[in-house]
Design a protein around this ligand. Structure first.
Ligand code: AMP
Length: 191
């Protein structure tokens, strides 16, 4: 099973992906986590990506498409995977379609976790207050959140009509409790 969990930053995609991962024997693929690992390892890609990520902008399409294309060929993805934070542009969505077709695989579910902007801001404020500065992500602050949300609405939200046009888009209310959101996602996956 191949699933896209779609939504703005701090919508809870990562939390939900980890729960579904265990229940369905899938692998969570977070391009954000992979890019942060490249930054931490000091690779050439990481060095290029760091300042872009810190500013809240998007890393270029070719880089993230390459990361995902290589990653889904690995043995642990054979049973399926959950994409968390990819695709983030229409070009990435088109590239994903092309690569899945080429690899003889098929997308099963696209689930949008919908959360209002005000709620996202208050989540970040709560997290900043609760996390010591040394443990915070460089892009986890209200200022960068503003930029990340602008980027989401301008570049990522247009991916929604792309999948809706294919009749694939399902939406869950991400402003419920974690358990309620999981229950809705489970129902969509078993439908
Ligand atoms: P995330 O952990 O998904 O919030 O991603 C953190 C940052 O990594 C984003 O703000 C982008 O700078 C970069 N990033 C992650 N996934 C992508 C993607 N699919 N396309 C472009 N940039 C990405």
């Amino acid at each position: 099973m191949i699933i896209i969990l779609f939504g703005p930053p701090a919508a809870g995609k990562g939390t939900q992906a980890k729960i579904i991962e265990e229940e369905h024997g899938l692998v969570q693929l977070s391009t954000g986590d992979m890019l942060r690992a490249a930054v931490a390892a000091g690779t050439e890609m990481g060095l290029r990506a760091k300042s872009i990520m810190d500013s809240g902008a998007l890393v270029d399409d070719a880089t993230v498409i390459g990361i995902i294309s290589d990653r889904i060929d690995e043995a642990d993805c054979a049973n399926g995977f959950i994409l968390d934070g990819f695709p983030r542009t229409v070009a990435q969505a088109e590239a994903l379609d092309a690569m899945l077709e080429e690899k003889g695989r098929k997308l099963d579910h696209v689930i949008e976790v919908r959360v209002a902007d005000e709620v996202l801001y208050s989540r970040v404020e709560t997290r900043v207050a609760a996390t010591p500065e040394s443990e915070r992500r460089a892009d986890d602050n209200v200022e960068t959140m503003k930029k990340r949300l602008e980027v989401y609405h301008a570049q990522t939200a247009p991916v929604l009509p792309y999948y809706d046009g294919k009749g694939m888009l399902k939406t869950v209310d991400g402003m419920q409790t974690i358990e309620e959101v999981t229950t809705e996602i489970r129902a969509l996956l078993s439908a």
